[in-house]
Each structure stands twice: as C-alpha cells, then as structure tokens.
Design a protein around this ligand. Sequence first.
Ligand SMILES: [Zn+2]
Length: 112
Amino acid sequence: MRLYKCQVCNYVHDEEAPEKCPKCGAPREKFNDLSEEQITLVERSVYSNSLHMELYTLLQQMSEIADAGIEDDLDPGCVAIFKKTEIFSELMKRMIQAELEIHMKKGKWGKG
Ligand SMILES: [Zn+2]
C-alpha cells in the first residue's frame, strides 16, 4: 500500500498519485509519497476515526432529541433529564473534536 498526499490541500490518494488533485486541482508534482511510518499511522487510525465520527453523529442526534424534550417541557423531571443529556452530548462532542484534531496533527488521518 502506498499513499500520496497533496501538499496544497492535504487530500490523500492511494495506488498512484493522480494526474491532478481531485480536490484542489494541483498537478501530480504536488503529491508527496508518504513514508511507511506515515502510512502505518493513517491505516492504524482509520477504524478508530470512523468510530469517533459515528459516535459524534449519535451524540448530535441525542442533542437534538434533548432540545426537543426541553422545548416540550412536560414536567421538571423530564426537562432535568433532557438538560443533562444536552450537557453530556455537547461535552462528548467537544472531546471527540479535540481528539480528532490531535489525530490530524499526528498524521493519524487521511483516508477512511
Ligand atoms: Zn489538492
């Protein structure tokens, strides 16, 4: 497995560097051949990154359900649960964002 990264926009391509970057249109010369170590980082993190994104989507749905529950305002017990759910899902979403930012900075990102 070889990976090529566009130095202009960070798009990652496999097999062979493309004639032109599909994302930004940069020519082939702008693609760097990633090292074995860089490829290992990208490949090892694909599954974990997809789990983070899946979880993020569910947390987003939780947040929307909680908002609907708060607005429905049936009784204080319900609203308390929905407000805690809202706080929890926002907290977890921010943690996931922070973790994925670390992954990107460490090169644990690039294809899925
Ligand atoms: Zn590009």
